[in-house]
Design a protein around this ligand. Sequence first.
Ligand SMILES: C[S@@+](CC[C@H](N)C(=O)[O-])C[C@H]1O[C@@H](n2cnc3c(N)ncnc32)[C@H](O)[C@@H]1O
Length: 178
Amino acid sequence: MRTDHRAHVLIDVINQYGIVPKRICEIGVHRGKATKKLRAAFPKANLLLVDPWLYDPKERDRIQLGTSQQTWDWYYRKICKKYHKHRILRCTGQEAALIVGGKVDVVFIDAPIGYDGMIEMLNLWVPKVRTPGLVAGHDWHQGRTRYAGQTRAINELLTDVQHGPETVWWWYKGQECE
Ligand SMILES: C[S@@+](CC[C@H](N)C(=O)[O-])C[C@H]1O[C@@H](n2cnc3c(N)ncnc32)[C@H](O)[C@@H]1O
């Protein structure tokens, strides 16, 4: 398993399950590092790229530091230019779930959304993942970290969650959930 970027871990997991994705949703795109790797690994897949690309002065995340709304607008424009053949939604993953029709083979949640956000996100997105398919994400942290809340939400809603290098986690949707 390649472990030098979260996307490589995800790609390996998708391949290990033998999933040939036609549609992959990335929630939390930022500047598109994972997007680039996903497109290279699955050139035939349609990508659904979701991010509000919003400057948040209250957020202490390092990706917000030293930025402004202009910076985030610029990230968004670059993504639009590079991925114009794919679907780009400038909104939250929660909002996107209400807009997007049909199902996806893989959803990759890579957004700092906390406990409530993750509960909401999983409730909205798990039904939108095909069987077989994969619900996956980044920032699996237990203990006293800022991501512990969202990790707890994942543990509460999903059983048999796997986790690997680069704090990537995944749940294989192998049978229809009632
Ligand atoms: C760590 S970055 C994503 C990195 C990207 N996946 C990569 O591998 O390069 C987190 C992103 O989540 C976005 N974000 C925050 N809250 C969100 C939400 N509720 N829905 C979708 N994206 C969100 C932020 O705007 C930010 O761009």
